[in-house]
Design a protein. Structure first.
Length: 255
């Protein structure tokens, strides 16, 4: 369980305010681009983001994530199966995931790479605000997985530990149990990311969305664009261009 951060001196308050302001300005900048790309109403999107950050638990989570020494203390502890530190996602991408779930009223969400559960918090909170839906989040690890999730006991959430994402998705696809949003933050290597993309693209819903954290790994995003790996003949596909802070987002709409 994450502690509630109490700011007791002006110097700390100034540092935190500066960090948070930078993040919020970045979110505002990318939201304009995001809304244009996915044809979302900017006013509604802005109101949903205000709603998100008015939540004290989410705000506290962002404070811990944004301030270096707090991030190291509470998030940078979990190691992947390869021995790397499983760093949490960015506040920007987490906010955009929340926005997608809320704006499009997405119900069924898949997440690979739960880790401490940073992104899971934003997705579960969005589902709770919608009043409907479920998040299946999977991770190869067991110890420490999901330990920062605020709403662990939520009926909107199932954590699948020691679970291979590809095997999980193949089983769901065989059962024709598809998701409205697929979120990748597991193994950051091209072959694994492409394998997940291939399973994501088997979805048969009229609209579905995908997200790839750390999409620059092994030049994954640009390679997919150049080789047209995102394409599906029966869907119109929109995707974000490479940017320094923005993750990789895709939208598929059936023709």
């Amino acid at each position: 369980m994450l502690p509630q951060i109490l700011i007791q001196d002006k110097e700390s308050a100034d540092i935190i305010h500066k960090e948070i302001t930078i993040i919020y300005n970045s979110i505002s900048f990318f939201t304009d681009y995001f809304c244009t790309l996915f044809k979302m109403d900017r006013k509604i999107a802005g109101d949903l983001l205000i709603e998100l950050f008015e939540n004290k638990e989410i705000s506290n989570l962002c404070t811990i994530r944004c301030v270096s020494y707090l991030n190291e203390q509470f998030f940078l502890k979990l190691k992947t199966s390869e021995g790397y530190i499983a760093a949490p996602g960015t506040v920007l991408n987490a906010a955009l995931l929340y926005l997608l779930v809320r704006y499009f009223k997405l119900k069924n969400v898949f997440e690979s790479g739960t880790a401490s559960g940073f992104y899971s918090n934003f997705i579960v909170y969005a589902l709770q605000k919608n009043g409907d839906g479920h998040l299946d989040t999977v991770d190869l690890l067991s110890d420490g997985v999901g330990e920062s999730i605020i709403w662990k006991d939520s009926p909107f959430l199932t954590i699948h530990k020691q679970t291979n994402s590809i095997n999980f998705l193949r089983e769901k696809n065989q059962q024709q149990q598809y998701y409205d949003l697929y979120s990748h933050d597991s193994q950051h290597v091209f072959t694994h990311m492409f394998s997940e993309l291939r399973e994501f693209k088997k979805c048969d819903k009229d609209r579905f969305l995908c997200f790839f954290d750390d999409q620059r790994t092994e030049n994954f995003w640009d390679r997919c664009i150049k080789m047209k790996l995102f394409d599906r003949s029966d869907y119109d596909v929109r995707f974000t261009e490479a940017a320094e802070q923005l993750g990789g987002f895709l939208q598929y709409v059936k023709r």
